[in-house]
Design a binder for this molecule. Structure first.
Ligand code: FAD
Length: 471
């Protein structure tokens, strides 16, 4: 411990010790280190961390705090408006420097810019670093000099640059600042759900924290990356990396992932998905209204339907379309949904039910452990057809055909909609087409044990086409 003015590391969505440029720079200053996480539900309240995200955050902070304690440090927990809290803590500990890794959410950019000015007035040097992306959104430009709006040339430009830097090693030792300052107990934040504990099933699926992230990457590289391009669209298979919540919370960096997988068989397709993450952040940074307003302004006038019963059927997995219902139930049970099924369920809400994509975005925001403002808003706008490089409006996923193509044996549906378990594969994606005897043999009473379709596919498709064409 030391009385010397410390360097403060402000953790945000970078809950790791390795390849953490903010931490590395603070350690390199030679000053004793102090660490803080601030739970800020005020700025802005609209995008306060959702329910599933809070579950993840609790466990991730607990893992980070343990890792810091093991190295003789102490992670401070404070709650409130981040600017006000940090101003107070900087004064309390007499910090000479503060370091953080940059965020790209519009409110975070605004807040952090203001904070830099504030800290410099207080005599505390503020330094921000890139710990979340391969390239800063302003570093990658079109030939004409502006943001990219189309994915393929964007990713080509990124790939041409190669690995942006080698991962930063964790300092072998650091000195710790005196730590008499007040800290909340993590438990007192009540981030975990109780009564009902809807996250009971999460723990079997996920290991939040840096160690869990590294294990997820190793397991993926060991047994799945080679077949990733072939199998990634099959929700019944465990074919993808499940790194999304670890990436969102910054328990692993894209630089670490890139440096491990580049050059491996099967890596190209996988890296391009990391590229979609980069692209979504690029878009959010350059078009900060992405979560709130359609990127194509022509969509502003679209007459979305208000239909609470239909929204409830969708969100609770009771639409009568098995692949949609299985996806929405996987989401509720695990805080995650397979990418292909995210596209199908989102398309169903927007196009079959004609419900505003922002309602779906909000539902995902609250229920996904990987809820991420950039990825979520860019993806919802992609499905709606209102986004940059988006799916065209006339691409209306047929939930029956999608089910038959990507879940041909119905294994995914059977896992998440077990009341359909005994239905032969031929009918599993359209139970209402099964002969009565087959339904009876499978112990299914349509409209009782499993719902009839909330909308007829052909009618819904025609209605959506007419509505979108009118734009
Ligand atoms: P992998 O296939 O192993 O991909 C590796 C990584 O690449 C992912 O962890 C993720 O960080 C990134 N990635 C993959 N696909 C995309 C994509 N289409 N857009 C941006 N990044 C991508 N992803 C989120 O991380 N947070 C969200 O809130 C989110 N909301 C979505 C909403 C909708 C409507 C849709 C269609 C997709 C959404 N995605 C979101 C993207 C994608 O579904 C998930 O990233 C992916 O399913 C996570 O599983 P994985 O880690 O096994 O992915």
């Amino acid at each position: 411990m030391s009385n010397e003015a410390p360097a403060l590391v402000w953790f945000r969505q970078d809950l790791r010790l390795t390849d953490n440029p903010a931490l590395a720079a603070a350690a390199a200053s030679g000053r004793p280190l102090a660490f803080i996480y601030v739970l800020d539900d005020e700025s802005p309240a609209q995008w306060r961390i959702g329910g599933a995200g809070r579950w993840w955050l609790h466990h991730s902070l607990s893992a980070l705090s343990d890792a810091i304690t093991k190295r003789g440090g102490r992670l401070l927990f404070r709650r409130g408006n981040a600017g006000k809290v940090l101003e107070q803590v900087v004064k309390e500990i007499g910090a000479a420097e503060i370091h953080w890794n940059r965020l790209y959410e519009p409110y975070a950019v605004k807040r952090d810019t203001a904070l830099k000015a504030l800290f410099s007035k207080l005599g505390c040097a503020a330094h921000s670093h890139n710990g979340a992306l391969l390239f800063e959104p302003w570093e990658v430009e079109t030939a004409a000099g502006g943001p990219f709006k189309v994915f393929t040339p964007f990713w080509r430009a990124c790939r041409a640059r190669g690995l942006p830097r080698t991962p930063v090693k964790l300092a072998s030792t650091w000195r710790t600042a005196q730590s008499e300052v007040q800290s909340d107990a993590l438990q007192s934040w009540a981030l975990l759900p109780v009564r009902p504990n809807w996250a009971a099933g999460f723990k079997t699926r996920w290991t939040p924290g840096e160690t869990g992230a590294k294990r997820a990457l190793s397991a993926f590289v060991r047994s799945r990356i080679e077949k990733y391009a072939n199998d990634r669209d099959l929700p019944a298979k465990d074919a993808t990396s499940h790194l999304s919540p670890h990436l969102h919370w910054g328990e692993i960096s894209p630089v670490q992932i890139y440096s491990v997988v580049d050059g491996l068989a099967g890596a190209e397709k996988f890296l391009s998905e990391i590229g979609w993450r980069e692209f979504s952040h690029h878009l959010l940074f350059h078009f900060p209204t992405l979560p709130e307003a359609p990127w194509r302004s022509s969509f502003e006038k679209f007459g979305w339907r208000k239909d609470e019963n239909a929204f409830r059927a969708w969100s609770s997995g009771q639409t009568g379309y098995p692949i949609v219902d299985a996806g929405m139930r996987e989401l509720w049970a695990t805080g995650y949904m397979h990418n292909r099924v995210r596209m199908i369920t989102a398309s169903f809400l927007i196009k079959h039910l004609l419900i505003d994509w922002r309602r779906g975005q909000d539902w995902f925001w609250d229920t996904l452990v990987d809820a991420d403002l950039a990825n979520n808003s860019a993806s919802w706008q992609w499905v709606a057809g209102s986004g940059a490089d988006a799916s065209p409006y006339f691409r209306i996923f047929n939930p029956i055909v999608q089910g038959e193509r990507y879940d041909p044996n119905g294994d995914y549906v059977r896992r998440w909609a077990p009341e359909l378990r005994d239905l032969p594969a031929k009918y599993i994606h359209a139970p209402w087409t099964a002969p009565e005897q087959i339904l009876a043999d499978a112990k299914i009473a349509l409209g009782v044990s499993y719902p009839r379709p909330v909308v007829d596919h052909a009618e819904a498709r025609a209605r959506a086409l007419a509505a979108f064409q009118a734009l």
